[in-house]
Design a protein around this ligand. Structure first.
Ligand SMILES: C=C(O[C@@H]1C=C(C(=O)O)C=C[C@H]1O)C(=O)O
Length: 191
């Protein structure tokens, strides 16, 4: 039995974000399907880390936006893209979307927790540790981008992406806020 804070759709944006439910084998969900399944899976993992970032910042006066950190991340992925042989501009665009999506999550949760302080997290995670986790996800996302290169160029890119997006939303039980963030995060995957 795994206890997880799940985001349940249809109950108002973010309102269910802090509802504790116990799901049998939440770690055994079916995988997001199709050639973009792996990529979408990691994108969703990164969105969930956005919840942790929000919890680390909320009530501390730390702003959601950290332009210096963003610039450093984007410079790094530009360099990494060249190393692994994928388009640096497209890669930077993709990571700009990941950052924007994380901020959608953070803003949504800040708004929720401000309006409903009883739903605010009681434990404040360590932002430095979370950023280490984000860096690891960056490496994994780059790996996934290399894997999907040909599908991105193919005629069915949007169809395949829609498949991964919909199965991701359902299997990962994303609420409205996280679905909105997922749309932002996947916006530039297909040319
Ligand atoms: C995730 C954070 O919040 C924002 C989003 C970032 C990201 O998604 O990489 C980076 C910096 C911040 O603008 C953070 O501060 O680490």
């Amino acid at each position: 039995m795994v206890s997880a804070t799940l985001m349940v759709s249809g109950t108002g944006e973010g309102m269910a974000a802090s509802r504790r439910v116990v799901t049998p084998g939440a770690d055994q969900r079916p995988p997001v399907t199709g050639p973009f399944g792996g990529l979408t899976d990691v994108v969703i993992q990164r969105l969930r880390v956005g919840d942790q970032v929000a919890a680390a910042k909320f009530g501390t006066g730390k702003p959601i936006d950290d332009p210096a950190r963003e610039a450093q991340e984007l410079a790094q992925v530009r360099q990494d893209a060249v190393t692994v042989g994928i388009d640096p501009d497209a890669t930077v665009r993709f990571f700009q979307d990941q950052i924007a999506a994380s901020k959608v999550v953070q803003r949504g949760l800040f708004a929720l927790w401000t309006a409903h302080p009883d739903l605010a997290p009681v434990v404040r995670p360590d932002l430095t540790a979370i950023r280490t986790e984000l860096d690891a996800l960056t490496t994994e996302l780059l790996r996934q981008l290399v894997r999907v290169r040909d599908v991105q160029r193919g005629p069915l890119c949007r169809v395949r992406l829609a498949e991964a997006k919909v199965t991701g939303e359902i299997f990962e039980r994303l609420d409205r806020l996280h679905r909105r963030a997922l749309s932002v995060a996947l916006a530039s995957v297909c040319p």
